[in-house]
Design a protein around this ligand. Structure first.
Ligand code: TYM
Length: 335
């Protein structure tokens, strides 16, 4: 692959998750499930990273970051990402991402970045820490994707505005410098928008009480579901927002759509017993998370395995990234 000329016709996939804390069901359903589906599809070549550079634009502790990077790799592997099929690496190990992002920054206006929802959210959350890296976040993300010329990006809906920026950069660079970047699309999973357990907005690492972690025990899951706000369990109209709607969404994602329809019928007839719904749901969620947790415990025993995976993958990623960067620098008159 030395010339970055595709030796095969497989489309490329790139995705990443920040390492700010342990992963939750939103990350799992919105991103990891899609990453797994594409890994198993022979038409795609898959690149999955830990977005550590995207984790340092908000206040953090270096010792925690180091641990969390490892946690994400372990969760990836435990969930089924397979280093013999996917290139699994750490973003900062491939410094070419940062270099290409600077070149991309020449094509994006500050005004465009100021209007992105993640930026607006974060400056509200950390008003004393409105740093340049936060504004630059989508530029780096565009570089993460385009440096591998990826066509498909398994991410949740909250990342759509960043994908739009990525497509814009690709178009502009192609027009101006005669490059051949693809305009990548979201690979959408069934859980592309996992609602919060609080009943307001999406499940998120930054909202306490909104999430179930991949590492939660069945008891912890039960306790968290017990706190989901509900109503009397009966009414003329099925709630479309709030805690009850979140429960229905999770029933569909972890049990079946038929089960959800059943509950809906009960809601408009005899009424729902939420204690039963929540207990069945906790069991269904744990049924999926239990085996992942077990595999993780096994993986943790071999302390060199993770290091080996990320070192080997970095070589492959760096080779491709370096070729793309060289191509862009040549076209831009830098080489
Ligand atoms: P991050 O770390 O915030 O989230 C990781 C992934 O989880 C998805 N996700 C959700 N999906 C459905 N419902 C939810 N409630 C939910 N919460 C989170 C996110 O959509 C995401 O797919 N900027 C990215 C990381 C990144 C990246 C990239 C992703 C950096 N470079 C290149 C793809 C390609 C982020 O902060 O994701």
């Amino acid at each position: 692959m030395k010339d970055n000329i595709r030796t095969n016709t497989r489309k490329r996939v790139l995705s990443g998750i920040r390492a700010n804390s342990r992963l939750h069901l939103g990350n799992y359903l919105g991103a990891i499930k899609g990453m797994l589906a594409l890994q198993e599809n022979p038409d795609f070549e898959t690149f999955y990273m830990v977005a550590d550079l995207h984790s340092i634009n908000v206040p953090y502790k270096p010792e925690d970051l180091k641990k969390n990077i490892r946690h994400v790799v372990l969760d990836y592997l435990a969930a089924g990402l397979d280093p013999s099929k996917s290139t699994i690496f750490v973003q900062s190990h491939i410094p070419e991402h940062i270099e290409l992002s600077y070149l991309f920054a020449t094509e994006l206006t500050v005004a465009r970045m100021l209007h992105l929802p993640t930026y607006k959210e974060k400056i509200k959350q950390y008003p004393d820490d409105v740093n340049m890296a936060l504004l630059y976040y989508p530029v780096l993300m565009a570089s993460d994707i385009l440096i591998y010329k990826a066509n498909a990006v398994p991410v949740g809906d909250d990342q759509l505005p960043h994908l739009e920026v990525t497509r814009e950069v690709a178009r502009k660079m192609n027009e101006k410098y005669e490059l051949d970047f693809p305009e990548p699309d979201q690979f959408k999973t069934e859980g592309h928008y996992v609602p919060s357990l609080t009943g307001e907005g999406k499940m998120s690492k930054s909202v306490e009480g909104s999430y179930i972690l991949l590492s939660d025990t069945q008891n912890e899951i039960r306790e968290k579901l017990a706190k989901v706000p509900t109503d009397s369990g009966r009414g003329d109209k099925i709630p479309e927002t709030g805690g009850v709607a979140s429960l229905f969404a999770l029933v569909e994602l972890f049990e079946t759509i038929e089960k959800k329809e059943d509950y809906k019928k009960q809601y408009t007839s005899d009424g729902i017993k939420y204690s039963e719904l929540k207990s069945e749901l906790a069991e269904a969620i744990y049924k999926e998370l239990g085996p992942i947790q077990k595999r993780r415990t096994e993986l943790e025993k071999d302390e060199f395995y993770v290091d080996n995976v990320i070192q080997e993958s970095a070589k492959k990623a760096r080779d491709i990234a370096g070729q793309t960067l060289k191509e862009v620098k040549e076209k831009m008159g830098l080489l």
